[in-house]
Design a protein. Structure first.
Length: 114
């Protein structure tokens, strides 16, 4: 079974995440998924959220923790828990739309999600 704890130890998964973030592609992660973003070292200096028990890990790599149902920071989208799925899904759809239009500004994404 694949899960965030296993993925964060997989060099190929880490390379994939780093590559997508560096390319400006949308990267979305919910619940314990941000563990992979922590291991890929792509959250430093960014705003993010996650399941309560791993927020310390995000903070320890230099992320600013935000307790909101969905947090957009550049091309990275994070959410806390399954009950946040409606907002998380809207954010993903908005990110894919704006990417297709060639714009990934946070302001545009937030307007699309609202």
């Amino acid at each position: 079974m694949v899960n965030p704890d296993k993925l964060r130890l997989d060099p190929k998964a880490l390379a994939l995440v780093r590559g997508y973030v560096a390319a400006g592609k949308p990267v979305a992660s919910i619940c314990h998924g941000p563990w992979l973003l922590v291991a890929a070292d792509v959250l430093r200096g960014r705003r993010a959220t996650a399941w309560y028990s791993i927020r310390t890990d995000l903070k320890n790599v230099g992320a600013t923790i935000v307790d909101e149902e969905v947090v957009l920071d550049g091309n990275i989208i994070t959410s806390r828990m399954p009950s946040d799925l409606p907002a998380f899904n809207r954010a993903i759809v908005a990110a894919l739309r704006t990417e297709r239009k060639g714009t990934t500004s946070r302001r545009v994404l937030q307007k699309e999600v609202a």
